[in-house]
Design a protein around this ligand. Structure first.
Ligand SMILES: Cc1cc2nc3c(=O)[nH]c(=O)nc-3n(C[C@H](O)[C@H](O)[C@H](O)COP(=O)(O)OP(=O)(O)OC[C@H]3O[C@@H](n4cnc5c(N)ncnc54)[C@H](O)[C@@H]3O)c2cc1C
Length: 456
């Protein structure tokens, strides 16, 4: 019998698990995928939004602002890549729309916002289009690694006692006298729904009043690190009712991304990329930054926004012992730490659990061999020769790091699991070179025969 079971090991579920692991509770996180961070949390823009986009007074605005403030400290505590690079929303016409966003930002409590002319914007970002007339600058916008954020919160929750169960799809939920029975075998007092685009399916199994979440596809181009410095800030165009529009941004690891598109889909599993969207992104991104070298694209990907009918995040007790964290579309990544805290407060106010005395608040990330000084690298190799063997040449990832990724709490068991923990396979050859060696190491350390090792 678990005190709390969370469906979904994305950034929302793991943030909630981490917050609740501060208490003497038996916690289970369940996911139908084989690892954490297999849903939308792995396919987004990786931006810690400053908070000028969400409508004032909404839960979305509140979570965005609180989350973006919490993220900076969390990045330090959990050893996650984070860079406050700032953002710019560019206009090619008048500045009325930017003024609206500025006012929204001010009412939401965003600091360090200003509107500048196109010429001033061009001085800050020399590769910006000459057609930019005005720009809204937000100095507090940042870029983060979405994988590491998700993984770090999961690992920290696991270190604090939360259990994780993968490859388990929840298909049946029954109300019992003491809580809920999942798939006829898992008993829990409280059930938390953090199932991303499928959160309506889970909600509708439990609650009388039904909700609808639409998958809104967002496709991207990911470019090689050679293109990563064409802009230093995140460059947005003015948002539409479908989303924040096509952006161009460096990633925290030094690549460049352009996207996302926005189109609603009936298929909540469809993360294919399409030629039409890829062409569309090129055309629109070049309006802001004409010189983007699209011949340096190394891959494309698609993420699915969990767009709720009502427009706002749904975070509440929706039935007895059942908490929804549903409709968590953008800025869900930024908001995750705040959503974790908010759900924890909801739970604590009803159940009054005992706080742990020995909660582990910090976590050390995987060694980044390439980021160490020469002396530190030599010292490490003297201690463990595996750090002297490069497996992924594109990202300079060593065998020592891959071994760490497998042996950590919630260690990697798939190629993508290793990729997201170490970056082996994230580079320009997209794992063409390192896959065979990575598989050998996985087989040796886990006993999974090579032919049974999954990509994800
Ligand atoms: C194109 C795009 C760009 C974005 N850009 C940003 C950005 O720059 N900044 C930002 O703050 N936010 C951004 N977001 C939003 C952010 O990525 C999401 O809000 C966030 O990742 C949602 O996390 P989640 O944990 O709620 O969902 P997910 O990561 O999708 O996790 C849900 C999990 O539930 C599991 N699950 C579902 N059903 C079941 C079941 N029946 N049984 C067991 N498991 C189940 C799934 O396998 C999945 O792992 C973007 C989103 C998209 C799509």
């Amino acid at each position: 019998m678990y005190d709390v079971t969370i469906i979904g090991a994305g950034v929302t579920g793991c943030a909630i698990a981490r917050e609740l692991s501060r208490y003497e509770l038996k916690i289970l996180v369940i996911d139908k995928a084989g690892d954490v961070c297999e849903g939308t949390s792995k396919a987004n823009s990786g931006i810690a939004h400053a908070g000028f986009d969400a409508l004032p007074g909404t839960l979305k605005a509140k979570m965005n602002i609180r989350g973006s403030r919490m993220l900076e400290q969390m990045a330090e505590d959990l050893d996650i890549p984070y860079r406050k690079n700032g953002a710019m929303v560019v206009s090619f016409e008048g500045k009325e729309r930017l003024e609206e966003l500025y006012e929204r930002g001010v009412s939401n409590g965003v600091k360090n916002l200003r509107i500048i002319t196109g010429d001033e914007a061009g001085m800050l970002e020399p590769n910006l289009s000459n057609n930019v007339t005005y720009a809204l600058v937000a100095d507090d916008s940042a870029i983060i690694c979405p994988f590491e954020l998700n993984l770090a919160m999961a690992e920290n929750a696991a270190e604090n006692g939360a259990e994780f169960m993968f490859d388990t799809e929840i298909k049946k939920i029954e109300k019992t006298q003491n809580g809920y029975l999942l798939n006829g075998s898992i008993e829990t007092s409280t059930l938390i729904n953090a199932a991303g685009v499928f959160a309506d399916v889970i909600h509708n199994m439990v609650c009388e009043d039904k909700i609808k979440i639409t998958a809104r596809r967002g496709e991207y181009h990911l470019l090689d690190k050679e293109a990563g410095e064409i802009v230093s800030r995140t460059i947005f165009q003015t948002p539409t009712k479908m989303g924040k529009g096509i952006l161009v941004t460096p990633t925290v690891h030094g690549n460049l991304i352009a996207g996302p598109t926005a189109s609603d889909s009936d298929d909540k599993d469809d993360v294919s990329t399409t030629q039409g969207a890829m062409n569309d992104i090129k055309e629109k991104a070049k309006l802001s930054v004409p010189g983007i070298p699209f011949n340096k694209v190394i891959t494309g990907f698609t993420g699915l926004r969990a767009t709720p009918d009502g427009g706002d995040f749904i975070i509440q007790y929706s039935a007895e012992g059942f908490i929804d964290a549903a409709g968590i579309e953008s800025p869900g990544l930024t908001s995750a730490p705040a959503i974790g805290e908010y759900v924890k407060d909801l739970y604590v106010s009803k159940n009054d659990p005992k706080e742990k005395e020995n909660f582990i608040s910090k976590r050390k990330g995987i060694t980044r061999f390439a980021g160490l000084s020469m002396d530190e690298q030599n010292e490490l190799i003297r201690k463990d020769g595996n750090y002297g063997k490069i497996v992924c040449r594109c990202e300079n990832v060593t065998e020592g790091e891959i071994r760490e990724a497998i042996s950590r709490p919630l260690g990697a068991r798939t190629l993508d699991g290793i990729k997201r923990r170490t970056r082996a396979g994230m580079g320009r050859c997209q794992a063409g070179f390192c896959t065979p060696r990575t598989m050998e190491i996985l087989e040796e350390m886990t006993g999974i025969p090579a032919e049974e090792i999954r990509k994800r």
